[in-house]
Design a protein around this ligand. Sequence first.
Ligand code: PLP
Length: 436
Amino acid sequence: MLYKSLKNNKYIASFKEAVLFGQSPDKGLYFPEKIPLLENKFFKNISNFEVNDLMMEVIKPFIGDEIPYKELLNIISNTVNFKINLKKIYENFFSLELFLGPTMAFKDIGVKFLSGCIKYLCKQIKKNIIILTATSGDTGAAVANAFNKIDGVKVVILYPSSKISFLQEKQITTLGDNILALEIKGNFDDCQLLAKKAFYDEQIRKKLFLTSANSINIARLLSQIFYYFLCYKLLFKKNNEKIIFSIPSGNFGNLCAGLIAFKMGLPVKHFIAATNINDTVPRLLKSEIYNPYPTKETISNAMDIADPNNFSRIMYMFKHVKNIKKIFSAYSFSDQETINIIKFIWEKYKYMMDPHGAIGYLGLKKFYYDKKNFNYKNIFLATASPVKFLDKINKKLSDQILLNEKVKKLLKKTKKSIKLSNSYENFKNWLLTSNF
Ligand SMILES: *Cc1c(COP(=O)(O)O)cnc(C)c1O
């Protein structure tokens, strides 16, 4: 499979190049030249597939023989070596729990797959790689975990000081070894801007081989497609009924993966993009104007993004807002609505949602009543464990959440970070001179 730049079609890359470079030379995102359609046979057999086989079937057409079968199987089995649950909340409402991996957010899946690919490709090109990544919390944690102690790889994580949860910060700043945490005085957009500038800085590129682990990286996106199929398998087995998916969205990578699954043949009735008050996409669907406002802070901090990275991929797939509206709706919700629904669902069904998953649930519920679509299965993607956001919800609620030994241990570890201002010159200077 070849990947083309969405800015200029003359830039074509192999899977390997798309993964290692992240973006094309014209700063475009890579997208597969065509989306493979899965055969009927696949859907007929889906109930027999184990998780790893299912992921293999879904992702193999995108990779071809650029990674040998055995190697790919190895990468896949290291990616999803934890459970993915489909939990019934009540009646037709379900939570697809994607947060049971090592850093307790769904990003473990995309990032672990990416780290597997990079580990393999890195050996081939015989170069040392620096993973430079900006994070609003969960990416950094997943990246630190997945790339820790990989030979030939160093990791620099930029995170906004005091804007991420206490547990997220511990996950990023306590591993050491090849993981370096830069604590930036500023917000997530500042961090993202510093990283973006560095990627296209000739002086830096001459000296260092930089790669991004953000969701612009095609390996992350592709590895997220399979769980939409897995959900279908867990729900229906033989039945061919359609599903409604609600996806709590920030950079829109997760939704983009779902839409690719749909184009591959997954029977989906409708998607819902649920956001917090950073509502660029819900406003776009109303007004047909893409007009990001400055980013606002919320308790669902992994979605505090005003200008979603992956949206250009979605626009490319559907060409026009009118077509987009046929396949997904978008709604935004406030912190107060988020807290209220967490409390309500806990009290009524004894199910604890994190603020991101809660927004997914709110989106599902709104669509359900707006469209009176009562005959479908309604799934929201539970993207993080509530444990990660204890300090973002009120104490009465957070006291209901039990901490396991692993978390207790982590909370006791000492944080190690390097504090920098949000000035690019400072950051560049640090990158070029510190021999980390
Ligand atoms: C990153 C993240 C999201 C948003 O996912 P996108 O693919 O960026 O839209 C939602 N929830 C949690 C917990 C996250 O970490």
